[in-house]
Design a protein around this ligand. Structure first.
Ligand code: UDP
Length: 302
């Protein structure tokens, strides 16, 4: 078959083929399935900025939902029925039930979160229609950190919205100040509390979930978090201490739509997947800083 020029294939350092394509093109997905033997799909590709999703919901529904419909249709056609979905704690909205278990009702507060709720509902309907599917829905809490080698991490597009990349950019003087959104919440020090999880622990959660898919059918939903909540000021203080750097910050108004507290009950993942997060907040702060230093030659506008 003729190669599609829109699908570029490169070999990674570990000899793994990497095919770059747009999931909005069903044709391109079909090509990848035709040319490779695929047993399971881990679906990470999506847009993820809450702010942007409020301003441009069409982009989010197209990128996060239409693409997923294409992918699942092709999977069905090729009889590949093992699927891992990157969902989010954003599906819980602003619930008073903390820690949050998977049984708490979903009630997203913005288009981004809504695309994750729809993605989950969609998978649920798919499974009801055909019990041969084996699906894991993984609800990520707040992933931060980078690979401990300092060679693998995230490079946000433009100005980041998330706390940790902003902290590392202030530490490296790419940014002058960190704005802390509100210190009048009913939390330990008034700042927002979240469940931060090291990306390597998160990645290992996926490995455990894939193993689960190969041993059982069904649709299983898991929180991937540590079960510990930390405030923004606790993150700043730990980052400063572990890395021996200063983070200049200023308290400003609350960010619209931010829940005061959000942390996971991760018991189900521990019991059913044998997985739990092992890395500490200190590890996350150290590895995030290590990665920022790798990126140091990239200067971003303030
Ligand atoms: N936050 C902050 N300043 C920033 C970005 C985030 O104070 O510039 C706070 C935010 O209000 C929340 C926490 O840091 O309490 C984590 O925010 P993030 O955007 O990283 O993740 P979210 O939990 O909103 O998905």
């Amino acid at each position: 078959m003729k190669k599609n020029p829109k699908v570029s294939v490169i070999m990674s350092e570990y000899n793994t083929p990497v095919e770059k394509l747009d999931l909005l093109s069903k044709f391109d997905i079909q090509q990848v399935f035709q040319q490779n033997e695929i047993d399971a799909v881990l679906h990470f590709a999506a847009s993820k900025s809450v702010n942007e999703s409020v301003k441009n919901p069409l982009k989010y529904y197209k990128n996060n939902i239409s693409s997923m419909v294409n992918l699942l249709e092709v999977m069905k056609d090729f009889n590949v029925k093992k699927f891992i979905f990157s969902s989010s704690a954003a599906v819980y909205g602003s619930t008073a039930q903390q820690p949050i278990s998977e049984l708490v009702d979903t009630q997203a507060m913005n288009p981004y979160g809504q695309t994750k709720v729809i993605g989950e509902d969609f998978l649920n309907d798919l499974y009801i229609s055909d019990n041969e599917w084996s699906i894991a829905v993984l609800r990520y809490f707040n992933p931060i950190g980078a690979h401990e080698s300092g060679l693998l991490g995230e490079q946000p597009n433009g100005t980041p919205n998330n706390l940790m990349p902003l902290i590392t950019q202030v530490a490296s003087k790419k940014r002058r100040l960190l704005y802390v959104f509100g210190n009048d919440y009913n939390t330990i020090d008034g700042t927002g509390v979240r469940d931060y999880i090291h990306v390597v622990d998160l990645a290992k959660g996926h490995v455990s979930a894939v193993q689960k898919l190969f041993s059982t059918h069904g649709l299983h939903t898991y929180n991937l978090g540590t079960g510990e909540g930390y405030s923004v000021l606790e993150i700043i203080n730990t980052f400063e201490k572990v890395n021996n750097v200063d983070i200049a910050y200023k308290i400003v108004d609350r960010r619209a739509g931010d829940p005061p507290i959000c942390f996971a009950n991760p018991t189900k993942a521990k019991e059913e997947l044998g997985w739990s997060a092992e890395r500490t907040l200190e590890d996350m702060c150290r590895d995030s800083w290590q990665w920022e230093k790798t990126l140091e030659n990239i200067i971003l506008p303030n």
